[in-house]
Design a protein around this ligand. Sequence first.
Ligand code: HEM
Ligand SMILES: *[C@@H]1O[C@H](CO)[C@@H](O)[C@H](O)[C@H]1NC(C)=O
Ligand SMILES: *[C@@H]1O[C@H](CO)[C@@H](O)[C@H](O)[C@H]1NC(C)=O
Length: 325
Amino acid sequence: MRNLSLLTLLFALSLTRLSSAQVRQNYYSSICPNVESIVRNAVTAKFQQTFVTVPGTLRLFFHDCFVNGCDASVIVASTANNKAEKDNPDNLSLAGDGFDTVIKAKAAVDAVAQCRNKVSCADILAMAARDVIALAGGPSYAVELGRLDGLSSTAASVTGKLPQPTFDVNQLTSMFASHGLSQADMVALSAAHTLGFSHCNRFANRIYNFKPGAPIDPTLNKTYAAQLQSMCPKNVAADIAINMDPFTPRTFDNQYYKNLQMRMGLFTSDQALFEDSRTRPAVNAWAQSSDTFNKAFIAAMTRLGRVGVKTGSQGNIRRDCAVLN
Ligand code: HEM
Ligand SMILES: *[C@@H]1O[C@H](CO)[C@@H](O)[C@H](O)[C@H]1NC(C)=O
Ligand SMILES: *[C@@H]1O[C@H](CO)[C@@H](O)[C@H](O)[C@H]1NC(C)=O
């Protein structure tokens, strides 16, 4: 009996391995040959309407992959009977423009007869995430495709799956490792915080009453701490958000690591990457060379895109990304 369940477990593990290896470049070359340019055009049109398209889509991809795998489960809307992932309080205020980007790209794909209901929402999100990075001045790369859309999405499944801004390097490393991502992948992916906004409450603990005897986090640059206090006064309105990269908030670049060297990482989880001797060498290397950083980031994004990929009977292709078929 015990042996049997061990075998079942090993079999399940090998299936996971197999399915995560099943994404590949050019997956749609005969199914929907122009899918990448159709998605890119839709994402570009959305980007021209609002810059929030960029951080919104990139963060949506991360949250999708970390909760139940890269299966577009994060996009599913709640119904009367089911509170979906996006309505977990831990959804950390995902920007509506990220969802809208995927919905619009899906409509553009489905407007082509050959492609209708042939391209998964999960793959559209993976392509869109690649495209917004390039639109913000970052590197482009060939994206692996072939994911199916997940069959469920529950708010409860989000709890404990996403990293918190108060995490230290041990906590960050083990959470990324649980998805098969290395410490280097974690440091590279964190550079996504070169774009976008954070609400004041996500780092208020670092600038007010940090701990007895140290009102401000000692690993925070004093000049920057004063700026943060003026942008985020005590009792600030809950909807006030500030740029996470104060220098180049609309450019995907390696400024994030330069900020960490100046002790201007916004979250404890950002600054920890410089303070911890295990991750500091990567921070310094990538602050110095945007070329080396870009390569590491692309490799890490590709591995992120393989997390928990659904194939065969584990998924389907959703007709409406926000509704389970
Ligand atoms: C390493 C652990 C991470 C932690 C603790 C973390 C935490 C956070 C928090 C607290 C915010 C602010 C949300 C708000 O107040 O609205 C944020 C924003 C953001 N995060 Fe992360 N994150 C992490 C990793 C990542 C990764 C791996 C990516 C993507 C590859 C990412 C992409 C983003 C983006 C683009 C934003 C800005 C969103 C916007 O402006 O709408 N983060 N993150
Ligand atoms: C995130 O969760 C909160 C609280 O459950 C909810 O009010 C909000 O609408 C959600 N945000 C998105 C973008 O779904
Ligand atoms: C604090 O930030 C300023 C730029 O805002 C920088 O010139 C200075 O070197 C930083 N201080 C430390 C200790 O890194």
